[in-house]
Design a binder for this molecule. Structure first.
Ligand code: AP5
Length: 216
């Protein structure tokens, strides 16, 4: 199964992708996670990406397309994958199509998670992530048992640099301008499936699994 998770910042793409990985045993490919790892390791890619990410802008297409082209050839992608946060522009979607065609593949479906803006801001300002294992938490909706400490590995929790309110607003503007047109792009292809991303995490996962069982 090869699927794309599409949706604005805070829609729950990462949260749901992790649950899909557990249930279906295929990898999550998150360009955001790959870029954050490069920033953490201070690689040349990370240094270039950081200036864009800190502003809430998109990293140039050529960089992310290069990352994805390489990643799709890894052996763990043989049975499928979940693309989380890629593509994010029409040129990225065109390049993905080309790369997949060259590999004799195509995307099975694109799941668009729909969430109102006011919920997105609440979700993003309260998000906390474990520095050690990457587990996700929320100050209101998914509280850790002990403040600032990961339930899974006891690692410290941190707030992403781009989860400050001003940067969040810019990320939402960028999403509406550059990424939202992809819903029309994939609708035209007959690949788009929309689901409501409001309500409990488990309820939304149930909606997603129903789509996977039908399409996958
Ligand atoms: P990226 O990391 O992809 O960020 P994003 O798309 O902005 O998405 P988020 O990770 O913020 O949100 P999410 O939908 O995964 O939500 P989550 O599940 O965590 O990208 C970061 C940056 O990298 C970009 O700005 C750009 O600079 C660069 N980049 C990445 N990919 C790129 C590309 N292809 N091209 C160019 N640049 C690129 O949930 C959020 C919070 O809400 C969590 O705390 C969670 O616990 C909580 N939550 C989740 N679901 C629910 C629910 N149902 N109810 C209540 N709370 C919930």
């Amino acid at each position: 199964m090869r699927m794309i998770l599409l949706g604005p910042p805070g829609a729950g793409k990462g949260t749901q992708a992790k649950k899909l990985v557990e249930k279906y045993g295929i990898p999550q490919i998150s360009t955001g996670d790959i870029l954050r790892e490069a920033v953490k390791n201070k690689t040349s890619l990370g240094q270039e990406a950081k200036s864009y990410m800190d502003k809430g802008a998109l990293v140039p297409d050529s960089i992310v397309v290069g990352i994805i082209r390489e990643r799709l050839h890894d052996s763990d992608c043989a049975k499928g994958y979940i693309l989380d946060g890629f593509p994010r522009t029409v040129p990225q979607a065109d390049e993905l199509k080309k790369a997949l065609k060259a590999m004799g593949q195509s995307i099975d479906f694109v799941l668009s998670i729909v969430v109102p803006n006011e919920d997105l801001i609440k979700r993003l300002t309260g998000r906390r992530t474990c520095k050690e294992c990457g587990a996700g938490f929320h100050l209101l909706y998914k509280k850790p048992a002990k403040d600032g400490v990961c339930d899974q590995c006891s690692g410290p929790l941190f707030q992403r640099d781009d989860d400050k309110e001003d940067t969040i607003k810019n990320r939402l503007t960028v999403y509406n301008k550059q990424t939202e047109p992809l819903t029309q792009y994939y609708r035209k292809d007959g690949a788009l499936v929309e689901i409501q991303g409001t309500g409990g995490i488990q309820d939304i996962f149930g909606r997603i699994c129903a789509v996977v069982e039908k399409q996958g």
